[in-house]
Design a protein around this ligand. Structure first.
Ligand code: COA
Length: 370
């Protein structure tokens, strides 16, 4: 038995490789550090789906295709307007992605070309859902998407109604690249399990969103920022000592696979620092960095090889951009939907039902007595 399936290999994949010993993440052959420096999110999505970085012509066509599918129907917007305004953004996203299947007369079609088309549609429309909910819950009308902007820029425009600031767009684009895929993480595995039963793509993505939501996975970014707000009130060191003393976890630290620094944190730390230098809220970087230093020098973290993961510096980056804390995980969905759907396609190409077994430790031989 392997509790939590730790160390179990369940399939071949050529989407991404997570090397937890050397701290290297690659997407279809390319190091994430290289992609983060030199590509856009759209190029990375293309790579994960089609196994190559697009040339100029391919990228232009891909941009146009994504941009043409950003609209949400009036019916879907009406459903959103009827939802309780206090609904968590990820719960709304999970609900609307599921509801989108009802608008697709061919939802059950899981041939690979059809799933690929639906993957593009979901990737294009998810930012519209996230931004629409932010407006609806604040009593505003949703802002219609634009076709002349890239993926990240259009998202910022729909969120704010203003021409997006290039630095904000660049930071979001980088964030989206870093989160697009990550081996057989829990939500991707969830999507593959659902696909393994030959269920439709909407079901697979809905399962994955539900799995991502937990604070041990994608929900950790929100939890990390909440802890930084608390640590600011108490002071970094007293807060750190209290949390450890109470046997609680420092959110954004630790990883099932990485036993060295998460390579994504290597990109997000300087990004957070750069953003801190440009805003009046720069102290969020300093605070996170102070807590990281406390952890790095503490025996408990050293013995267990616990380092910041992607969520640790992702939290101050998103916060300084002005993304509401409860919407952090939605941005994770906005990116990881590419990885999920790329894995669904891979699963479909060589499918076998995923069905592990449990070790039964309950009683036997009981008889019903009435
Ligand atoms: C990511 C995570 C769920 C991985 O869990 P895992 O591989 O199952 O590891 P375990 O929960 O078995 O933890 C191993 C040990 O490290 C400790 N540990 C793990 N993460 C810790 C953290 N963030 N803070 C303090 N202690 C931590 C555990 O208490 C455990 O200690 P023990 O051996 O004395 O019992 C875990 O590190 C965690 O909860 N991190 C915080 C949440 C987070 O950032 N999640 C996002 C991941 S990308």
């Amino acid at each position: 038995m392997s509790k939590g399936l730790e160390g179990i290999v369940v399939a071949d994949t050529s989407r991404s490789s997570v090397d937890g010993v050397n701290g290297v993440l690659i997407y279809h052959g390319y190091d994430i550090l290289d992609l983060g420096e030199n590509c856009s999110f759209e190029e990375v999505a293309y790579l994960l789906w089609y196994s190559k970085i697009p040339n100029g012509e391919e990228l232009a066509a891909f941009h146009a295709e994504l941009a043409s599918q950003r609209e949400l129907s009036a019916e879907m917007l009406a459903v959103m307007k009827g939802l309780p305004k206090g609904g968590h953004p990820v719960a709304v996203l999970r609900t609307i992605v599921s509801a989108l299947s009802l608008e697709d007369a061919d939802a059950e079609n899981i041939t690979i070309p059809e799933v690929q088309k639906k993957a593009i549609h979901l990737t294009a429309v998810i930012p519209t859902i996230i931004a629409a909910w932010q407006n609806i819950r604040n009593g505003r009308e949703p802002i219609a998407p634009r076709t002349d902007l890239g993926h990240a820029a259009n998202f910022v425009y729909m969120l704010t109604g203003e021409d997006p600031n290039p630095e904000t767009v660049q930071a979001i684009d980088k964030y989206l690249i870093l989160l697009a895929d990550h081996g057989f993480n829990a939500s991707t595995f969830s999507a593959r399990v659902t696909t393994g039963t030959l269920a439709d793509l909407y079901s697979a993505v809905t399962s994955a969103i539900g799995t991502l939501k937990g604070p041990s996975h994608g929900g950790a970014t929100q939890a990390a920022m909440e802890q930084f707000l608390q640590a600011q009130k108490e002071g970094a060191e007293p807060w750190f000592n209290r949390v450890l003393g109470e046997g609680k976890r420092v959110m954004g630290i630790g990883h099932r696979v990485y036993k060295v620094e998460d390579p994504r944190a290597k990109i997000l730390r300087p990004l957070a620092q750069k953003m801190a230098n440009q805003t009046s809220e720069g102290y969020w970087f300093e605070l996170a960095y102070d807590i990281e230093k406390l952890a790095r020098n503490h025996e408990y973290f050293i013995e267990r090889n616990l380092f910041p993961n992607v969520d640790y510096y992702g939290a101050p980056v998103l916060y300084m951009i002005g993304i509401p804390m409860d919407t952090f995980t939605s941005l994770f969905v906005m990116s990881r939907v590419v990885g999920w759907t790329a894995h669904v396609i891979e699963q479909l190409a060589d499918n076998r039902l995923i069905r592990p077994r449990g070790n039964y430790v309950g009683p036997r031989g009981l008889k019903v007595e009435k």
